[in-house]
Design a protein around this ligand. Structure first.
Ligand SMILES: [Zn+2]
Length: 245
């Protein structure tokens, strides 16, 4: 997943990469629900950049399948059907199993330490009920596993797939993240023990549990506009770009 929102201090104008990362993270943290209209002019004004830059960002998000571009209507946060959401989880389970088998035989002590600190950060975020952070860290756990895979195509495939699950959240019964801290830890412990079969089983159960929470009768919550989100300070103001949040 996109990793940083830090804007270089020397450049007062946000770069295309910064705005892309900012919107990407906002989608993964579920601040911008499916069907939210992403007005070019509004975003250009918010970030203090040209509409051309915003258009480039929206194009990149559309190639990630997180945004849909509709002729004459503009850009919207993409929406998945329930069947598409289930297909994504099915693909995720298959690819993750292959990745975990690969990583179990090749993981280094340094990589184990990094995953341990990520799982520890998840625990803190969960205990503090910081759900946006927990969501970001949860996705990062799977993204880091994908990065460790020696088959770059498998890793890349999973990294393209996972962010799209952020669009499936409104099918979830609880409409908020399930604390997965111990499940990630369990997967990690099996990987460290070199037990690929147990690690794959733990990952399968973990993903089964998330998919089981999808609800066929779900409807979108009241539509919150981009303007509401900007006014509520969900996306940073230009002057705040040096801050992490
Ligand atoms: Zn997970």
């Amino acid at each position: 997943m996109a990793s940083s929102r830090q804007q270089p201090q020397t450049n007062p104008k946000p770069t295309e990469d910064f705005i892309y990362t900012d919107l990407y993270n906002a989608i993964c943290e579920r601040h911008l629900p499916p069907e939210t209209k992403l007005g070019e002019a509004m975003l250009a004004e918010h970030y203090g950049v040209s509409r051309t830059i915003i258009r480039q960002v929206l194009l990149r998000l559309s190639s990630d399948r997180l945004v849909k571009l509709e002729p004459r209507r503009g850009a919207f946060i993409a929406r998945l059907t329930l069947e598409e959401a289930r297909q994504i989880y099915e693909a995720w389970r298959l690819v993750e199993a292959a990745i975990i088998q690969d990583v179990t035989v090749s993981i280094s002590p340094q990589e184990i330490a990094e995953l341990h600190s990520l799982v520890a950060a998840e625990r803190v975020a969960c205990d503090e009920q910081n759900y946006p952070l927990l969501l970001r860290l949860s996705i990062q756990f799977h993204m880091q596993l994908a990065d460790l895979c020696s088959n770059q195509f498998l890793g890349r495939f999973l990294k393209e797939l996972i962010p799209q699950t952020s669009l499936a959240y409104f099918y979830e019964i609880h409409k908020m993240p399930i604390c997965t801290k111990d499940e990630h830890r369990e997967i990690l412990e099996c990987v460290i023990a070199g037990n690929a079969e147990a690690a794959v089983n733990a990952a399968r159960q973990h993903l089964d549990g998330i998919e089981a929470a999808l609800n066929a009768r779900a409807t979108l919550d009241r539509q919150i506009s981009l303007a509401d989100k900007l006014n509520a300070g969900i996306l940073p103001q230009r002057k705040g770009h040096g801050d992490d949040f």
